[in-house]
Design a binder for this molecule. Structure first.
Ligand code: URA
Length: 225
């Protein structure tokens, strides 16, 4: 059995591993305190990253043990990885991802929805980006954009505009905890990206929050509310 369920022609992978699903359950629970929420967001980052790593090519290498020669593997392209940290909620997620991509370069962008109360039914937000610091040349990189809540796709579209201004990554992978079909379809129709997520929730509330979701991921991770 595959460790993930594939949708959208394989461009979206939903990680169904019980460990990931159990962590997601803790994250969804409104009674989970910020310090646990933060730790679990970091843990799920590690496990989602581990599944992304499964899709990297490997090459065979020959090494010597103290006793004889042995065949082994080396994962390719680890030195091409750039992780884009979408402030604020991705901070713990990126911390977890770095356990599997320790050599990654890190870009940071701040993104804030300009809230307008009722966002339904079109769910289009202006995105305020006050801080953008990405590597200048993203050509041929494996760029991973980390943002836990992939709700309407507006933030992601704005972040990807900045990414693709800097070149064409060899692969561009979005790592999210909860996604909606609206966000997935908006972004897949515009950019050649792949999505790794722990869940697809079917609904948004009228303000554009994912239902059942987990609430405001940034507030919950940072203990601000
Ligand atoms: N951002 C969040 O933190 N939660 C949502 O449900 C949607 C966007």
């Amino acid at each position: 059995m595959l460790p993930f369920r594939e949708e959208y022609g394989g461009r979206v992978k939903i990680i169904i591993h019980p460990l990931v699903q159990e962590i997601l359950t803790v994250l969804r629970n409104k009674d989970t305190p910020p310090e646990v929420f933060r730790t679990k967001l970091s843990e799920i980052g590690t496990y989602l990253g581990y599944e992304v790593l499964r899709t990297f090519d490997v090459e065979e290498v020959l090494i010597e043990t103290p006793l004889s020669k042995a065949k082994g593997v080396k994962i390719k392209d680890l030195d091409r990885v750039v992780i884009v940290n979408v402030l604020r909620a991705a901070i713990p997620l990126v911390e977890g991802l770095l356990k599997v991509f320790p050599k990654a370069r890190i870009g940071i962008v701040s993104a804030r929805r300009v809230e307008k109360g009722i966002a339904a039914p079109d769910y289009v937000f202006d995105i305020e980006m006050n801080y953008i610091k990405l590597p200048n040349d993203l050509n041929d990189t494996v760029t991973i954009v980390a943002d836990p809540m992939f709700a309407t796709g507006c933030t992601m579209l704005r972040v990807l505009e900045e990414v693709y201004k800097r070149g064409k990554p060899r692969r561009c992978i979005l790592i999210t905890v909860i996604s909606t079909r609206l966000a997935i379809e908006r972004v897949l129709s515009k950019y050649p990206v792949e999505v790794f997520t722990a869940a697809i929730d079917e609904k948004l509330d009228e303000r554009g929050y994912i239902v059942p979701g987990l609430g405001d991921a940034g507030d919950r991770a940072l203990g601000v509310s």
